[in-house]
Design a protein. Structure first.
Length: 122
């Protein structure tokens, strides 16, 4: 999966917007203003280990631990809360798996929004 596939797939999810609040080397993806994924564009200050492209995504703490134990290409996020965010080196992983992680991260945010919506009364 390449960087354009990640971007296109993420933008295909319902209600997703993108912006660059942290500079030209990252794109953040949001739902209702809440960031769920930050895609590093391969430039700037975030090239800490190597040239492998990655995105940071928000998952539950338990899921982050599980994925980090199972996959060497999923690590604690470089510049995010390491309990809630993981870096995914997507070029080194199967596209279906990467899309599943993106959907899961999206679902974490959407799930929280649904819980905050007051129940309607009839």
């Amino acid at each position: 999966m390449n960087i354009e596939h990640v971007r296109d797939y993420t933008l295909s999810l319902n209600g997703v917007t993108e912006d660059q609040p942290f500079g030209d080397d990252n794109i953040t993806f949001r739902v209702e203003g809440k960031i769920f994924l930050c895609l590093w564009l391969g430039t700037g200050n975030y090239n800490v280990d190597n040239d492998s492209l990655r995105f940071a995504c928000k998952l539950t703490p338990e899921r982050n631990e599980e994925l980090r134990e199972l996959y060497k290409n999923i690590t604690p996020a470089f510049h995010w809360n390491k309990k809630h965010w993981s870096d995914v080196y997507f070029e080194q992983m199967e596209p279906d798996f990467v899309m599943g992680i993106i959907r899961e991260s999206y679902g974490v945010i959407v799930g929280k929004m649904k819980k905050k919506t007051p129940a309607t009364t009839q």
